[in-house]
Design a protein around this ligand. Structure first.
Ligand SMILES: NC(=O)c1ccc[n+]([C@@H]2O[C@H](COP(=O)([O-])OP(=O)(O)OC[C@H]3O[C@@H](n4cnc5c(N)ncnc54)[C@H](OP(=O)(O)O)[C@@H]3O)[C@@H](O)[C@H]2O)c1
Length: 252
């Protein structure tokens, strides 16, 4: 059993998908969780009911992770409520498509802001807190797209590649302060984000043909490895990219 008893974890984009599954896994492992969301109020309420049933300590924070003020307030509220922060999971993200010749500047900027600037902002505040504590762990959510690129989602792939290099930079920079920084790179996950291509049986067949395990990940298939990275079992791992993709991108 992995225990996060006594730990405080902050998860961005926790209302749905991977973030939600991670919040539940961490709460079940004994952590108190700060759950960020933006638009999905109903989904956040449902998660809150589940956390209550688990008798977990929690705090919900509605805010846009691409906005510096919202992120700053979230960290302030976390400290006010729980007095410390042990685990950051920078997970919030969007996946939009456009051929490069049609991609507009606002579309490019939106993906950069939500998928990359948000990660910088969260790491910035988490590092300040964790350096003072002289301990902490950060888990940043990338994607196979950041490793092999993704046609018609070039801005998305660029942000996810940047998340990998950010992980490696911060692991080196923050390691001497007792802080680990790792990255998780999921392949296809069955969440709202990928619902459109997965609803098309022809697309689905093509996708499955490229996954050696011939199955999609569930959100919980990603949350489990995130829990491992957040635990003491992973205390000597830093700067690592953990691939959770059914074997579809075999790279270390
Ligand atoms: N699904 C996949 O196949 C896949 C594959 C590889 C990597 N990933 C990565 O995994 C992460 C989670 O994806 P998912 O599949 O769980 O997606 P999802 O089901 O679409 O959920 C996305 C979450 O991010 C939140 N979010 C979006 N923009 C936000 C913002 N500006 N501020 C705060 N929260 C925001 C959403 O909150 P609200 O709904 O409350 O707005 C939601 O909770 C993303 O970084 C994604 O790129 C996913």
């Amino acid at each position: 059993m992995i225990s996060l008893k006594g730990k405080v974890a902050l998860i961005t984009g926790a209302s749905r998908g991977i973030g939600r599954a991670t919040a539940l896994r961490m709460a079940r492992a004994g952590a108190r969780v700060v759950c960020n969301y933006l638009h999905s109020k109903e989904a956040a309420r449902t998660l809150e009911k589940e956390l209550k049933r688990l008798r977990a300590g929690y705090h919900f924070y509605r805010g846009d992770m691409s906005r510096a003020k919202d992120v700053e307030r979230m960290f302030r509220e976390t400290l006010r409520k729980f007095k410390k922060l042990d685990i950051l999971v920078a997970n919030a993200g969007i996946w939009k498509g456009a051929p490069i010749e049609e991609m507009t500047e606002p579309e490019w900027d939106e993906t950069m802001d939500v998928n990359l600037k948000s990660v910088y902002l969260c790491c910035h505040h988490a590092a300040r807190i964790m350096k003072e504590q002289r301990r902490g762990t950060m888990i940043l959510v990338s994607s196979t797209a950041g490793q092999r690129g993704e046609a018609f989602h070039s801005h998305y792939a660029a942000t996810k590649g940047a998340v990998i290099s950010l992980t490696k930079s911060l692991a080196t920079e923050l390691g001497p302060h007792g802080i680990t920084v790792n990255c998780i790179a999921p392949g296809w996950v069955d969440t709202d984000m990928s619902a459109e291509p997965l609803a098309d049986p022809i697309e689905m067949e093509k996708i499955l043909a490229l996954i050696p395990l011939r199955r999609l990940a569930s959100a919980d298939d990603i949350a489990g490895p995130i829990l491992f990275l957040a635990s003491d079992l992973a205390r000597h791992i830093t700067g690592e990219v953990l691939n959770v993709n059914g074997g579809s991108v075999l790279c270390g």
